[in-house]
Structures are given as structure tokens and as C-alpha cells.
Design a binder for this molecule. Structure first.
Ligand code: SF4
Ligand code: SF4
Length: 460
């Protein structure tokens, strides 16, 4: 990656002072596509926590209760390995996707960019005007017009931040709990209202003040670009082999002049304040605004489009067309393995998670009727989205069960604890410690199995 010297982003770093960015709005072909993508994603983001499958929220990430639901599938703390595997698969997918397409996630699908560029920025353009008018307004002395515009803008910013905070909480605490917090009197859910207010303030700060700093300074994904990208990765890039030597259009009479007319429009539209002509930079979020801007210039000056476009460094410098590198194949193999393992584990996942252990500190009990018993503690967790009636099935006809406490029903997403004896005739016991598998039966089917041990003096 080349150094971004000369960019607003780099000037900012050097001067240690925030340089406010006023990106110019150019509505090109890619901007229109981004609009469509962002509306679809915004609808999905706002609707997902309120949709239910089999009574479970479509997506729930309840960190406090350690309950996760993805596409209606409930993950309990006992399924943590599945959740970790799913996260790992997602991370490898992102690494693979980044190695091929660069940071396109940031520009097109990241909620930060979508809210910033497609919601908050649009409100700003609507109320304060284009980039030049916004700058003039900020530099103007306070007046009734300035006060009115700023008040209207920040009122809408707070309102949308409040909405986002609510949706964010719906993912964390569940939409039902959120609705209860909102509809009940405030004094019944003081902590819930404080949480909504705190998140509203955080989102307002992010979109009204921090803005591109989230992508260029705070987000760790942006910082990984240097290791994730290589010369073969497709990124938003300036084709310097075609554009240089750049020259203003009126001077571009010689045949040696490149296609870049040095109009600076690609820099003016950049929401992170960089000049893409200085090479791929960590601050570039691949939003493609500069592609639209440059295409517009190319069209007006009757030059071929895509002086800036999705290109690999190899394509620009050596003229080689895009092809997958060995690294990409390696990532793809890892992803297939991870995804295959995850799918197998998900398919094999039992509806009831059962842990059955011999009660600690106990051995065996010899009974007067010639039998021997072991005491067990069991925990059964219902991983489905409905209640389950169950019974414990014995491994053979010689073994029977005597409950100390018994239940045969588990509510959805809950667990029950059982204590019971397993009893066997002593003459049946052949070894001191033997493995034993108990089935959990529901609706006439064994839906889960649990292994434990049985100890008894062997009948020698
Ligand atoms: S350089 Fe282009 S693609 Fe990258 S952030 Fe700026 S405008 Fe977006
Ligand atoms: S918009 Fe295109 S022509 Fe204008 S400065 Fe940028 S690269 Fe050069």
C-alpha cells in the first residue's frame, strides 16, 4: 500500500487536528445500485429482530443470558462450540471475500457506512445543501437560518439514533423484552430506558461527530487490509498506467498525456478524504463514489470509462487479468472444511442436550434384594422452540430407574434437573466400572443419548 500523503486523512494525522470532510454527492450508476442494496439491507436489519420462526426471533444475540438464535435456530451455552465454529466460518469467509474483492463489505454492506452515507448524509444534504453549501453554513456566523437548519438536522439525527438504539437492543435483549420496556411505564424498566438513552447517545456521537473516523481509526477490520490484500485482490483502484501523466484538460494536447484530467472530483466525493490516485490506502472503504465521479468526467471528456474501477494491482501494472491466487484457494478449502463440519454438527445436533453424571462423592449401594444401585444427577436442556415431553429409556431390560425427583416436560429453551438411581441385579454385573448409554425418548423416538458409567462390585 502506498502512503496517502496529501490526503485530508493524512493531513489530519500529521496535524493531529480533525479536518471535517464535506464529500460532494455524485449520483452515478454505482451510487444507484448502492441505494438499492442499502434499502434492502436496512429493511432486513430493522425487520429481522421482529420476525419469528417457530416462536424464536430470527436473529437474537443475547450475550447477557448467553442465548443466541440464528435463523430461528436456538443456541444454548452448551452449544457454544457451534457458535464459535459459526463465527470462525464467518471470519474465514470475510478473509476470503476480502482477499478477492477487497473492502467491498465496508462500502456496500457495513451498517456503519449504510447509515452514514445513505441515511445521515442524505439528511444533511437535504437540510444543509450540497458540500459547498454545508461548508459555507458551518463557516457562517450564527443566525436564525443557521440555528434552524442545525436544530432540524440534529433533531432528526437524535431521532434516528434512537430508532437504531432500539433495533440494536432488540437484537441483544429480544424484541419482546424491548416492546415491554417501551410500552410499560418508565419507572418499571429504569435500567432498560437508561440503556436505550446510552445507545442513542453513542449512535448519535458516531454518526454526527465520529463519522469516517470509525472506519479509518477505530474499526479493526480496516487495519487488517494490509495483510488481507495482495497484488491480485480486486479493489477500487486508479489505473495509473492509463491516467498518468495527469494533466488539466486544456493542457492535455500532447499524445503523452494520460487520461486523468486532474479535476480532483474523485477526491471531492471521497467520504474518508483520500486521493485514490495515490494508491490503495487503508482509509479506502471501497464505497465506489470515486468510480462514479471519474466515470462522469470520462464521459464528458469522451474517454473510456473506469479510469478508476475495481482492478487488481497486477492488472494495472502487468496487464494480467484477474485470477485466483493460491492463497485464495487455501482460504476456500479451509472455509469448505469449516462449513462442512458446522453443517454436520448442526444436522446431528440433538433436540435435548443431556448430561448425566454419577453423584459426586458416592460409590454404589448394595441393596438387600440383591441389586446394586448408583445415584445420578442429570441436566436436560430443551434446544427446540417448543415444549418437549420426554422419558429416559434404559439400555437393557435388567436396568431400571428409581427417581428421587422427576419431571417429564421441559419448556422451550429451558433446562430441568433430575436425580435418580439406576438399579441392576448384582449377578448381572461383570466388571467394576461399565459404560452405560441412556436414551432420551420423545414421541416414541430416541431424540438424544447420554453416556455415563455404572460401578458395582463384579459378580466373580
Ligand atoms: S477512495 Fe473512492 S472508494 Fe475509496 S473511500 Fe474514497 S471514494 Fe470511496
Ligand atoms: S476524477 Fe478521474 S480525471 Fe478527475 S482527478 Fe480523479 S482520476 Fe483524474
Amino acid at each position: 500500500m502506498k502512503d496517502g500523503t496529501g490526503n485530508k486523512a493524512t493531513e489530519e494525522k500529521n496535524s493531529n487536528k480533525r479536518i471535517w470532510i464535506y464529500p460532494k454527492l455524485i449520483i452515478g450508476k454505482l451510487y444507484r445500485y448502492r441505494n438499492v442494496v442499502s434499502y434492502v439491507l436496512l429493511v432486513a436489519l430493522f425487520v429481522a429482530p421482529f420476525l419469528k420462526i417457530n416462536g424464536e426471533q430470527l436473529v437474537l444475540l443475547d450475550v447477557l443470558e448467553r442465548k443466541f438464535v440464528i435463523f430461528g435456530i436456538l443456541f444454548m451455552p452448551q452449544d457454544f462450540y457451534l457458535f464459535v465454529l459459526a463465527l470462525l466460518s464467518f471470519m474465514v469467509f470475510i478473509v476470503l471475500f476480502t482477499a478477492v474483492f477487497g473492502r467491498v463489505w465496508c462500502g456496500w454492506a457495513c451498517p456503519q457506512t449504510i447509515f452514514m452515507e445513505m441515511v445521515f448524509r442524505k439528511i444533511e444534504y437535504w437540510i444543509e445543501g450540497d458540500a459547498r453549501q454545508q461548508k459555507e453554513l458551518n463557516n457562517a456566523p450564527i443566525s436564525a437560518v443557521k440555528f434552524g437548519k442545525k436544530a432540524a438536522k440534529h433533531f432528526l439525527f437524535v431521532l434516528i439514533s434512537f430508532l437504531i438504539a432500539n433495533v440494536f437492543l432488540a437484537y441483544i435483549i429480544g424484541s419482546d423484552t424491548l416492546i415491554t420496556i417501551i410500552t410499560d411505564p418508565v419507572k418499571q424498566h429504569v435500567s432498560g430506558f437508561i440503556a436505550i438513552c446510552i445507545f442513542t447517545a453513542v449512535f448519535y456521537l458516531v454518526f454526527a461527530r465520529l463519522r469516517e473516523l470509525v472506519c479509518t481509526v477505530i474499526c479493526p477490520y480496516g487495519r487488517l487490509q494490509e495483510v488481507l490484500l495482495d497484488r491480485k485482490s480486486l479493489v477500487v483502484a486508479y489505473d495509473y498506467s492509463r491516467g498518468e501523466p495527469r494533466s488539466h484538460i486544456q493542457k492535455a494536447t500532447s499524445n503523452s498525456a494520460g487520461d486523468c484530467v486532474d479535476c480532483g472530483l474523485c477526491v471531492q466525493v471521497c467520504p474518508t478524504g483520500i486521493d485514490i490516485r495515490q494508491g490503495t490506502q487503508m482509509e479506502c472503504i471501497n464505497c465506489t463514489a470515486c468510480i462514479d465521479a471519474c466515470d462522469m468526467v470520462m464521459e464528458k471528456t469522451h474517454r473510456p470509462l473506469r479510469l478508476i474501477g475495481f482492478k487488481s494491482e497486477e492488472e494495472i501494472s502487468d496487464g494480467k487479468s484477474f485470477r485466483f491466487s493460491k492463497r485464495i484457494y487455501a482460504y476456500a478449502v479451509i472455509l469448505v472444511l469449516l462449513f462442512g463440519t458446522l453443517t454436520t454438527l448442526l444436522v446431528k445436533r440433538a433436540d435435548i442436550g443431556a448430561t448425566i453424571l454419577r453423584a459426586s462423592g458416592t460409590l454404589y449401594q448394595l441393596r438387600e434384594d440383591g441389586t446394586v444401585s448408583n445415584l445420578y444427577n442429570a441436566e436436560l436442556i430443551n434446544k427446540t422452540s417448543g415444549p418437549i415431553q420426554f422419558a429416559i429409556a434404559m439400555p437393557d431390560e435388567q436396568t431400571r430407574i428409581q427417581y428421587i425427583n422427576q419431571t417429564n416436560k421441559i419448556k422451550k429453551g429451558e433446562s430441568v434437573k433430575l436425580t435418580f438411581f439406576l438399579i441392576r441385579p448384582q449377578h448381572y454385573v461383570q466388571e467394576y466400572k461399565s459404560g452405560i448409554t441412556l436414551g432420551i425418548v420423545s414421541g416414541g423416538k430416541v431424540i438424544s443419548k447420554a453416556k455415563t458409567t455404572f460401578i458395582a462390585p463384579p459378580n466373580l
